[in-house]
Design a protein around this ligand. Structure first.
Ligand code: PLP
Ligand code: NAG
Ligand code: NAG
Length: 550
């Protein structure tokens, strides 16, 4: 049978190559094989063919001179705009572009730092800002300053020199394990923030999957609402991200879709308690079951809500299980620098078992500088931050956190309930902890954001679909803040509904517009320029040792 099948093919090929010389045959064969391989890769790559086709077209379009000119011009305008904003933000202060020749005095330094901290158009001390500042209390700030002062030059990289700093880190980790119902084998490390906690979990699972299961093309399977820190980790660690859609009504991940998206390359499943955009909590019980059934580690991102949700039961709220109580949950990230009320720069990553944490560590054995083992991303680490985080946890104690949680959840529920009474806006899903996300079917929700902005409120903007959210912190539980917010919302809604079809204006207009740009690489360029502007200093600065720019 194979002969009768092969014969015509043989004849055909011989015919094609009849008049060719051997070098031609070799060249043609090689080229054909290479082209075949390229085509194969192109068709069976990760992204869908249509999506990549579109990307290719936009990429090519940017080579067309007049298109490139237009894009470059827009980008350059945008860059100027960002720089102007940077200048505006810094208008009341001296900008230094080099070291002062003679060192500043204690008072000069402190004076300058105070001025820097007070720059900006928002009053972050009285609840005008969503999230960001989780607690603002003079006694706490004083304690943090004292503790940081004492420990500021310590470094847990040297446990023999600073054993006490290591003890404090170990205690922060152990207490956190206890809060999330970890057993005796539960372990973890402190990190510099949620992003690092997430990055390290991804690294641990990537290396675990490679060594134990031989997975060389790792994939993270996560809800579309999972924090962008996972994308960042994937970019750094060369892992593919597969996103799972959410249920439209509840705004929590679709378990059915997650189950279908599992492949043999899946190294971890992710759920959030809650997620950043909508503040809704994924069904961790179901994700844990998937993890157990398919033998895949499950990471619970409790960065935002961790230090609220673990106290909610004691604060009198019933919540479904989400932590190490569930057998499939293998790691949890929780930010002490959010509702743990520690100063910025601390978070914990916890694992069910040491075997996962081992893959988080990096060890180099052959360096002339010595055998080097390091638990997290940083080599040297800030002992002062560890001490401050420890101090915050000990200062509040279990009861302090429960009381704070109670106040925050009460305030959130009050605001949620009042907002639900208003026509023409809706709330995305059911807020699980302290984030309330708003949308509208009657007008562009960014108009509300602009209007509230003009009244001093700084909220977060959401996209796909457009929305805004407010993250309630302890600062918002102060007398009068919630009602001031609700009244401002009501007033502005009345204004807006007089002309519901007006377009968005101001800064939010650009944000709204950017969602409709199909070529996301242009949006990426926007953001790069924005990031540049954070590091802006004027170019033509005089060369005196302390040049002043007003
Ligand atoms: C804040 C946050 C993170 C990341 O934390 P950083 O501390 O900003 O690095 C991760 N996940 C969620 C849900 C968050 O809100
Ligand atoms: C908070 O600060 C803003 C800006 O300074 C001010 O407009 C607002 O009235 C303050 N609110 C409260 C409750 O103090
Ligand atoms: C780790 O390094 C980063 C970047 O240098 C720094 O911002 C952070 O504070 C460091 N974290 C710790 C815990 O030292």
């Amino acid at each position: 049978m194979s002969i009768s099948y092969a014969d015509p093919a043989k004849g055909f090929i011989n015919n094609v190559f009849r008049d060719k010389e051997p070098w031609q045959i070799v060249t043609i064969t090689t080229t054909t094989v290479l082209a075949g391989v390229w085509l194969w890769n192109f068709i069976f790559q990760d992204e869908s063919l249509v999506k990549r086709g579109r990307k290719e077209i936009f990429k090519l379009a940017r080579y067309v001179p007049w298109i490139r000119e237009r894009i470059d011009k827009e980008l350059s305008n945008l860059n100027d705009l960002f720089e102007k904003e940077a200048i505006h933000r810094l208008k009341d202060i001296t900008i230094l572009s080099r070291l002062p020749k003679k060192g500043m005095s204690h008072d000069e330094v402190l004076d300058h730092v105070k001025k820097c901290v007070n720059l900006g158009d928002y009053d972050w001390t009285n609840g005008s800002v969503s999230g960001t500042v989780y607690r603002n209390d003079a006694d706490l700030v004083k304690l943090m300053a004292d503790v940081y002062g004492v420990a500021s030059y310590t470094n847990p990289l040297h446990p023999d020199v600073f054993p006490g700093v290591c003890k404090m880190e170990a205690e922060v980790v152990r207490s956190s394990c206890h809060l999330f119902n970890g057993g005796p084998d539960t372990c973890g490390t402190m990190t510099s923030g949620g992003t690092e906690s997430i990055l390290l979990a991804c690294k641990a699972y990537r290396d675990y999957a490679k060594e134990v299961k031989g997975i060389t093309k790792p994939e993270i399977l996560m809800p579309i609402t999972a924090h962008s820190a996972f994308d960042k980790a994937a970019q750094y660690l060369n892992i593919k991200v597969c996103t799972v859609p959410i249920n439209p009504h509840s705004c929590t991940v679709s378990i059915e879709a997650m189950k279908k998206a599992i492949t043999r390359n899946t190294i971890m499943l992710v759920g959030s308690t809650p997620n950043f955009p909508y503040g809704t909590k994924d069904n961790i019980e179901a994700i844990s079951e998937l993890g157990v059934r398919y033998g895949i580690p499950v990471h619970v991102d409790a960065c935002l809500g961790g230090f609220l949700i673990c106290f909610m039961q004691d604060a009198g709220y019933t919540i479904p299980p989400f932590d190490f109580i569930l057998p499939g949950v293998t790691s949890i990230s929780a930010d002490t620098h959010k509702y743990g009320y520690a100063p910025k720069g601390s978070s914990v990553i916890l694992y069910r078992e040491k075997k996962y944490r081992h893959y988080q560590f990096t060890v180099t054995t052959d360096w002339p500088g010595g055998i080097y083992g390091s638990p997290t991303v940083n080599g040297s680490r800030a002992g002062g931050i560890i001490a401050a985080c420890w101090a915050a946890m000990m200062y509040f104690g279990h009861d302090g956190y429960v009381q704070a949680t109670k106040k925050i959840i009460e305030t959130t529920k009050y605001i949620e309930q009042e907002l639900r009474k208003l026509d023409c806006i809706f709330i995305f899903g059911t807020p699980a902890t302290s984030v309330i996300a708003l949308g509208s079917n009657d007008f562009h929700i960014f108009r509300l954001s602009e209007a509230l902005n003009a009244r001093g409120w700084n909220l977060n903007a959401l996209q796909f679909p457009s929305g805004i959210h407010i993250c309630i912190t302890y600062v918002h539980t102060e007398e009068g803040v919630a009602d001031r917010f609700l009244n401002d919302v009501k007033d502005e809604l009345m204004n807006i509904m007089k002309q519901p079809d007006e377009p968005v204006e101001g800064k939010m207009a650009m944000y709204g517009m950017s969602q409709s740009i199909p070529d996301r690489s242009v949006v990426t360029d926007f953001v790069r320029f924005y990031l540049d502007s954070m590091y802006y200093t004027p170019k033509n600065i005089e060369t005196d040792d302390q040049s002043n720019i007003e």
